[in-house]
Design a protein around this ligand. Structure first.
Ligand SMILES: Cc1cc2nc3c(=O)[nH]c(=O)nc-3n(C[C@H](O)[C@H](O)[C@H](O)COP(=O)(O)O)c2cc1C
Length: 213
């Protein structure tokens, strides 16, 4: 796909997501059950090893592994992933000029059945660490436009549900563009300090989502 098509598709899918999001109230939390053993790629975005989003990712992974799925994990905050510099040398389907830890994501995302995005909220968006990884999808854009399932795990300090909407909307718009389907969202508000999520229902919810994915 060339850049003009990318921009056109992006505008169409964004408009579609706004309409769908409004209709559904952006509260989709569907769990799809199946017998198939899947390969699951978990991409985390928090620099807090024992932080809230990593704790939820851990619980999700525990459930998924117990269900027999293969899980590979990429902790963006502890990896070297250079931000995309828009040189377009990859042509949206080729070798990136940066040979760094993104190679691991590239090797594991193409044949992954499901991709999990686990991030803290930073200034009403996803963390810079996970965003750098997502932006590098640009170089493998063609190869990841195949049906996959995805899950959003997100933690934040505020208690207002509306504050979560920009991140949910970004996630849904991206899925719509890639042709992926939402397999569940664990959105945990009101957790500020590292470990705060442990005294909520969300670790159990993440575990159950992993077990039933
Ligand atoms: C740089 C930074 C920006 C943040 N921005 C927000 C924000 O906009 N809204 C919010 O509710 N919490 C915000 N927080 C709080 C985190 O989202 C919250 O502590 C979250 O649970 C952290 O997840 P983690 O433990 O997985 O890193 C911010 C925290 C940091 C460090």
């Amino acid at each position: 796909m060339n850049r003009r098509k990318f921009i056109k598709n992006t505008l169409i899918t964004a408009a579609g997501a706004i309409v769908l999001g409004a209709a559904a109230g952006c509260t989709s939390n569907k769990i799809t059950k199946g017998d198939k053993k899947m390969k699951i790629l978990v991409i985390t975005g928090s620099p807090r090893k024992n932080g809230n989003s990593n704790t939820l990712a851990d619980n999700f992974i525990k459930g998924a592994q117990e269900a027999g799925h293969t899980v590979v994990r990429f902790d963006s905050a502890f990896k070297n992933v250079h931000p995309c510099v828009a040189c377009n040398k990859c042509g949206m389907n080729g070798q990136c000029v940066f040979k760094d830890d993104f190679e691991f994501v590239k090797e594991n995302i193409i044949d992954a059945d499901t991709v999990i995005f686990a991030t803290p909220m930073y200034y009403f968006g996803i963390s810079a660490q996970i965003k750098a990884v997502i932006d590098r999808f640009y170089a493998i854009n063609e190869q990841i436009h195949i049906p996959k399932k995805a899950v959003l795990i997100m933690t934040y300090a505020d208690t207002s549900a509306t504050k979560a909407q920009p991140i949910i909307s970004h996630y849904e718009t991206m899925l719509n563009y890639l042709g992926w389907s939402n397999a569940g969202q664990i959105i945990a508000p009101g957790v500020w300090m590292e470990g705060a999520v442990n005294s909520t229902q969300y670790p159990q919810k993440a575990y159950e989502l992993g077990k039933n994915i």
